[in-house]
Design a protein around this ligand. Sequence first.
Ligand code: GLU
Length: 424
Amino acid sequence: MVKSDPFDNATKQVNDACDVLGIKDKGLRDYLIMPNRFLRLKVPVKMDNGKIRVFTGFRCQHNNDRGPYKGGIRYFDPEGGVKYMEREVMALSSWMTWKCAVVDVPLGGGKGGIFVNPKKEKLSDGEMERLTRQFASKIAEVIGPQKDIPAPDVYTTGREMTQIMDTFTKMSGNNYSPGTITGKPIPVGGSLARNVATGLGNAYCIREAAKILKIKLKGARVVLQGFGNASTFSGEYLEKMGAKCIAASDSKGSILVSKGFKVQKLLDWKNKKGTVVGFPGSRKISTEQLLTTKCEILVPGALENQINASIAKKLQCKIIGEAANGPTLPEADPILYKKKIFVIPDILANSGGVCISYLEWVQNNMGYYWSFDEVAKKMESNIVRGLKDTHSISKKHKIDNRKAAMVLAVGRVLEAFEHKGIWP
Ligand code: GLU
């Protein structure tokens, strides 16, 4: 797949939005593009064999004009190495700023990570915990419930969030601070519905897009690229709305089941065999075949840079719900727009995660907790409004949804900035 610089992509998206908003001032554009602060950290860990290993970690705080920085922490080793990851974290922090703004969540944008692949490297539980707590101790001075609130991302879970919260709490003199991080397990201050949030939010977006396009969800065919949290819950909730999943993939390969499969059945298979490949009744296909399968709904739920211009030309879907961050390259957008494919851009499609993170933080701040349905309903209202606002901007300016979502988001951040101005 094409390897393009993710921060260049993020920069282009801000510039495109500025063009539509009529912002000519280069200083203002730079203000919106550049992160406020970027930390690159040495994270030394005593490994089980007694040797020290030094990892590299990051926390990027992009913008906090609308509220505290917010965004995940990923453990990952992208192909381009540490240098590439640095750019990736910067881009992802910028996307968090726009993601919060597009669904009108009063938070800013941040992102962090450690250059490590715990799956490939088979780190022990002890090594993982020492790595996480060491990293937490290093970012402790810049995070906090009113400053910067991390969350899970690629290869991090509630376990890491708990360890980060616990390290932070202990370092601040046992000052109970569950709101310093979200995506926590329920017993330590997590929110109901947070675990399904990204997929559920994506399904709400797809449902609204289908209404706009007058496509019936009953029997609509769904292709899931990736079979992690975001894509499986997208699939499960679409299934509940009447749709039918027909293809899926993971890092080991892609499969097609023309007559459709139940997501839970494929999950059970993957849990047993470690991959979706080999699922009874399925045919193995290539990644390109998966993406270009004829269907109504395509859910790219894996990593970035999956849909390039050449794939975009061959796509046969009607709606794309970007469960992953940055799955589509900028070169593909005009092609998709021309083909009238309704793209629900990542900052909107996968914002269910941060929406419910926000609600988790609110519950932590109140010390009072809502039911699953209350949380899901609040998220639904933010996300549906975000989709409708995006669609009407796209119609008004005759631009694609990605640009429209950015116009909405950049406009909102700008408004907050203009109220405050620069100080000192
Ligand atoms: N990592 C998720 C994202 O990229 C969630 C972020 C959050 O909940 O703060 O949207």
